[in-house]
Design a protein around this ligand. Structure first.
Ligand code: MTE
Length: 323
C-alpha cells in the first residue's frame, strides 16, 4: 500500500522545485493583486506556509471530455487557502492551517446499506479503479463566491458500479471522517458530526459527479478534502462532502448536515439557481475568488452552467420548492 510519507515518495513523484518556487513567486504576485480586495490579516494568513498547502504527489491523468473550458483557472493558492471545512475551523483560512493533522494514510472507504455485500475499499485501490481524469469545473458556494478548479478524479458512477447497490437504493449518503481529537475545532460550531451529505441515485450516477482524489495534477491537499471527496459541479459546494469514510446506499433521502442546521436556508437539492434567493442574500451573482476586485462580479448561471447535462434530472420538479 502506498503510504504518502515524505520518505516513501519517489523523487519523481514530488512536485518539481521550480514548480514549487513558481507557486511561491505566484503567491507573492497574488498577494500584490489581492491586496486591494483582502484585509492585511487575511493576507498574512494566506502567505504563512502551512502543512498540506504545498504538499502533493503528482497523479497520472488523462484529458476528459467533461471538462469545462473557456474560463481562467483560479490559482492553486486561493483554492487551497480559502476553504470551508468546519471540522478544521469555521474561518476560511483555518483549514489550511489545521488540516495537516488529518491522517490520510492508511484510509479506507466503507460501503454499506442497500448493497449486495458491504465492502471496504482501500484508498490506493480506489485510486486505481479507473483512469484519473483532469476536469475543470466551476465551483459555486452557497455563500455566493465561486472558483474555477482543475480537479482530478473519475465519475462516481464508476465506483458505484463496483458497489453493487440493490434496486431499492434510491439515494446515496456520504459521511466524512470525524475524530474530535484530530479535529477539536469541530466543537466551535453547533453541527452534529460526522458531516453528512447525499444525492439522489440518478444525480450520483450522472457522469459529471466526480469522485475526486486530486487537484491541479496532484493529490488533494487536506484542507480540500484529502484523500477522497465528491464534487458535484451543478450544486452549491456544500453538497461536495470531503474526506469520505463511508458511502451508504439508502431508500429514503438521507439527513444532511446543512439541512439539519437550517432547513429554510439549505435544501436537500441545493442546485445552483440564480432564481431562488438564499433567505439572507441574492444568488443572482457571485464573486470570483482570486480576480482583481473590478473583475470579480459574475452572473450566476442556472445549474452553474451545467444545465445541458443535468436539467433533465429535475423535469417536472418545482425548483422553488425543491431548493
Ligand atoms: N465537507 C466536510 N466534511 N466539512 C465541511 O465543512 N464544507 C462544504 C464542502 N464539504 C465541508 C465539506 C462546503 S460549505 C463547501 S463550499 C465545500 O466543501 C468547499 O470546498 P473547498 O474548500 O474545496 O472549496
Amino acid at each position: 500500500m502506498l503510504i504518502l510519507k515524505p520518505s516513501d515518495i519517489p523523487s519523481s513523484a514530488i512536485t518539481p522545485r521550480e514548480q514549487y518556487l513558481d507557486r511561491r513567486r505566484f503567491l507573492r504576485g497574488a498577494v500584490a493583486v489581492g491586496a486591494a480586495a483582502l484585509g492585511a490579516e487575511r493576507i498574512a494568513q494566506i502567505v504563512s506556509p502551512t502543512s498540506g498547502v504545498f504538499a502533493g504527489t503528482r497523479l497520472q491523468t488523462v484529458k476528459s471530455p467533461l471538462t469545462t473550458t473557456g474560463e481562467d483557472l483560479t490559482s492553486y493558492q486561493y483554492v487551497t487557502s480559502y476553504n470551508n471545512y468546519y471540522e478544521f475551523g469555521v474561518d476560511k483560512s483555518e483549514p489550511a492551517k489545521n488540516a495537516g493533522r488529518l491522517p490520510v494514510r492508511p484510509w479506507t472507504v466503507r460501503v454499506e446499506g442497500l448493497v449486495k455485500t458491504p465492502k471496504t475499499f482501500d484508498i490506493d485501490a480506489l485510486l486505481k479503479l479507473h483512469p484519473l481524469e483532469d476536469r475543470i469545473y466551476r465551483h459555486r458556494c452557497v455563500e455566493a463566491w465561486s472558483m474555477v478548479v482543475l480537479w482530478v478524479g473519475y465519475s462516481l458512477s464508476e465506483f458505484i458500479k463496483q458497489c453493487d447497490p440493490l434496486s431499492t437504493a434510491k439515494f446515496v449518503q456520504f459521511l466524512s471522517y470525524y475524530d474530535k481529537k484530530v479535529e477539536p475545532w469541530a466543537g466551535d460550531s453547533a453541527i452534529s458530526w460526522p458531516y453528512s451529505e447525499g444525492l439522489r441515485m440518478d444525480e450520483a450516477m450522472n457522469p459529471l459527479t466526480l469522485l475526486t482524489f486530486g487537484m491541479y495534477g496532484e493529490t488533494l491537499p487536506n484542507q480540500n478534502g484529502a484523500p477522497v471527496r465528491v464534487v458535484v459541479p451543478w450544486k452549491y459546494g456544500f453538497k461536495s462532502a470531503k474526506s469520505i469514510v463511508t458511502v451508504r446506499f439508502v431508500a429514503k433521502e438521507p439527513h444532511t448536515t446543512w439541512n439539519d442546521q437550517n432547513e429554510q436556508e439549505y435544501g436537500f437539492y441545493s442546485n445552483v439557481n440564480p432564481n431562488v434567493d438564499h433567505p439572507r442574500w441574492s444568488q443572482k451573482t457571485e464573486r470570483r475568488i482570486g480576480l482583481p476586485f473590478y473583475a470579480q462580479r459574475k452572473t450566476t448561471l442556472m445549474f452553474n452552467g451545467y444545465g445541458d447535462q443535468v436539467a433533465s434530472l429535475y423535469k417536472g420538479m418545482d425548483l422553488r420548492r425543491y431548493y
